[in-house]
Write a protein that binds this ligand. Structure first.
Ligand SMILES: C[S@@+](CC[C@H](N)C(=O)[O-])C[C@H]1O[C@@H](n2cnc3c(N)ncnc32)[C@H](O)[C@@H]1O
Length: 288
């Protein structure tokens, strides 16, 4: 029988897994991109997800952040990648297929990581796999495991790209500090960057646009996480990262090359203000 063709089996599997609510946030961006944009491999994944959901019609937001991550990877020539909260993104297939990466680690909660591995196994176009680390990124054990794989497989000659997509807006300041503290040794050892996309949560001014507020509230409800509507300004977040000992660089979010059919004036206005966050640790001697 084909993977999860049986609908009942899908439902049972989800119920049995006692999924963390935040894990469910991974479905919608993919479903939205598959419905409204044209991004390689996205439809393949979306058609095989063990849920059915109506798209929100904001594929331009998902597509822009997706393309933005790959733009940073290409522009910074990052061939060793750690993707945090990877969900069902097909970055690995795309980048690996194009010969743009050498080593790739995907990190997510076990409930999503298991599904992703199953999906990848049925992908007929390529048999290669990233390294999967299953775990909570706020747990030291997960970082031991990431570090173990990185030190075993990564070359010391090349920088590392650690990135999170659709994830940082769910974090509070203590969690962001925790993540940066865990990444620092890796980034200092190999060189490289931590990067993630800009989001509505980091632009309080957009909370006044009813559709944008509704989107944040919907994701907040799915994830049972109220950080999404706990807005922080661009200046506030920059200051926060600098206070944790990181330099902050910005890169405009992709806008002109989007395939999204739902890109409207409002979306254009939002994306024209979005910039990826790219962080590098200040050397320890400067911090003292
Ligand atoms: C909004 S989804 C984004 C998924 C994907 N990166 C994308 O852009 O479509 C957030 C992802 O982060 C994962 N996640 C949330 N909290 C996590 C945690 N504490 N540790 C590991 N993964 C986590 C979720 O399981 C989910 O896959």
């Amino acid at each position: 029988m084909a993977w999860w063709r049986n609908k009942k089996m899908k439902q049972e599997m989800i119920q049995e897994q006692k999924r963390s609510p935040v894990a469910d946030t991974a479905f919608l961006p993919l479903i939205d991109m598959a419905a409204g944009a044209c991004v390689p491999f996205v439809e393949f994944y979306a058609r095989r997800l063990p849920v059915q959901m109506d798209p929100v019609g904001k594929s331009h937001l998902a597509e822009s952040r997706y393309l933005g991550a790959e733009k940073v990877i290409e522009e910074k020539d990052l061939r060793q990648i750690i993707e945090l909260g990877a969900g069902f993104t097909p970055h690995y297939q795309n980048l690996n297929g194009e010969g743009l990466v050498d080593s790739y680690i995907e990190v997510d909660l076990p409930e999503n990581s298991e599904i992703k591995q199953g999906l990848l196994k049925q992908a007929v176009w390529d048999e290669s796999m990233p390294t999967f680390v299953q775990g909570n990124v706020f747990d030291r054990k997960t970082w031991y495991s990431i570090g173990h794989h990185a030190f075993q497989n990564f070359s010391e000659e090349k920088p590392v790209g650690i990135f999170a997509e659709g994830f940082m807006q769910y974090t509070n300041p203590e969690q962001r500090k925790y993540l940066l503290d865990q990444m620092r040794p890796l980034l200092e050892e190999f060189g490289g960057f931590f990067f993630f996309e800009d989001s509505l949560t980091f632009h309080p001014e957009f909370s006044e646009i009813p559709e944008m507020r509704a989107l944040s509230e919907r994701m907040s409800k799915i994830s049972k996480n109220d950080q999404l509507t706990n807005y922080i300004s661009q200046e506030g977040l920059t200051h926060e990262f600098e206070s944790y000992g990181f330099y902050v660089e910005r890169m405009p979010a992709p806008l002109d090359n989007l395939t999204s059919r739902d890109l409207d004036d409002e979306g254009r206005e939002v994306l024209s203000r979005f910039q990826h966050w790219i962080l590098t640790p200040r050397p320890s001697e400067v911090l003292r």
